[in-house]
Design a protein around this ligand. Sequence first.
Ligand code: CA
Length: 246
Amino acid sequence: MRLLLVEDDDHVAAALSAILARHGFRVTHARNGEEALQALLPADAPPFGVVLLDLGLPDQDGYEVCGKIRKRTAIPVIMVTARGDVRSRIHGLNMGADDYVVKPYDTGELLARIHAVARRTGTGGGSAADDSTPAGPRRSPAGPPGLVRLGQVSIELPTRRVSVDGTDVPLTRKEFDLLALLAQRPGVVFRREQIISEVWHTSWEGTGRTLEVHVASLRSKLRMPALIETVRGVGYRLVAPGPGAS
Ligand code: CA
């Protein structure tokens, strides 16, 4: 898997690159926000599987860099920072980060988080033993285009059909749009404002409990109350049922 390491401290970057290389990552090092954004441009190279983004950068605020990355690409971003308070974490998630690691971190934990994010977002490039699909745009493994599979749930985007264990589940238009949106990036937290803007095409004032009602209805219709997780104060995410989970 290719990994973009954004870190202005050369010593930290060298040590981390060596560890990551030993674990099979092909690391590209960017020393500031501008280099990071440049590194993401070339379309001829295989895409990065993950960006490790230090928030304390010399040229731009790391949160801003994350926002810019998010505008261009869906590559998973893990923020690495010394700022571990809840507000910073929520701000990081709001800017589109997929995960957040606080320094000093255990490298074993960092590696586990990289793999988890890549697995969730489908950019792992076949690092799982039984998954030989090449790294590509995020899509459910081994599915035809337009079909998203999450455990027992199948979502057919072109026909807007949803089934659980092969049985069709009739959804309203907005219920389907909401599920399809969350299913684009399982495991990633979508902010309430973002969901309301994308599904209802409006800002969130005045929508009352519309979103909550639709989430509740989806949980009940799909008979999977745990499929959509509430992230308090932020929004929702879809929890992909893991293989072997019952
Ligand atoms: Ca730094």
